[in-house]
Design a protein around this ligand. Structure first.
Ligand code: HEC
Length: 138
């Protein structure tokens, strides 16, 4: 009797483990994959640019502008849904490449790619636009 109970308990734990695993694999999209599929046609990660500003200097700009990851991510999600010349954090990029088209993706994927994007910042690269690291280390 006792043994049977513990077996039941164990199979319960196993079931929980598997359902959790499904959520983390299927429920939360991988930002790097979302980027590859939906953004990398226009955005390279490192300079030189394709038809849009590269990710690392752009992520550095977001870090200069926003203190908190959540603020930067929320701003980026809103921008991806509805790019706006007035709101763009990189006016030079708008002038050089034109306004980005709106991205039609589920909110979960927009959030995953925005979080991934934020994490790509690298102070060694500067913030793009030809100003380079000099602007960050005056
Ligand atoms: C058709 C080309 C194209 C695609 C696809 C594209 N972008 Fe862009 N993106 C641009 C261009 C051009 C700019 C610069 C002008 C601007 O800011 O609107 C830009 C700017 C941005 C910016 C800076 C916005 C700001 O605050 O000024 C972010 C962040 C960004 N893209 C993220 C993404 C992500 C993430 C994806 C994929 C989900 C993506 N882009 C897909 C062309 C593209």
């Amino acid at each position: 009797m006792k043994r049977r109970n513990s077996l039941l308990f164990l199979s319960g734990v196993t079931a929980c483990f598997f359902s959790m695993a499904t959520v983390s694999f299927a429920g939360v999209p991988d930002g790097a994959i979302v980027f590859e599929r939906n953004c990398s046609v226009c955005h390279s990660v490192n300079p030189p640019p394709k038809s849009a500003p590269p990710i690392i200097p752009l992520a550095n700009r977001y870090h200069q502008r926003f203190q908190m990851k959540e603020q930067g991510v929320a701003f980026m999600i809103a921008y991806l849904k509805k790019p706006d010349k007035q709101k763009s954090i990189d006016q030079q990029a708008v002038a050089r490449f034109g306004l980005m088209p709106a991205i039609q993706l589920p909110d979960t994927e927009l959030r995953a790619v925005a979080e991934w994007f934020w994490n790509q910042s690298n102070p060694a690269y500067g913030a793009g636009g030809g100003r380079g690291p000099g602007r960050m280390n005056p």
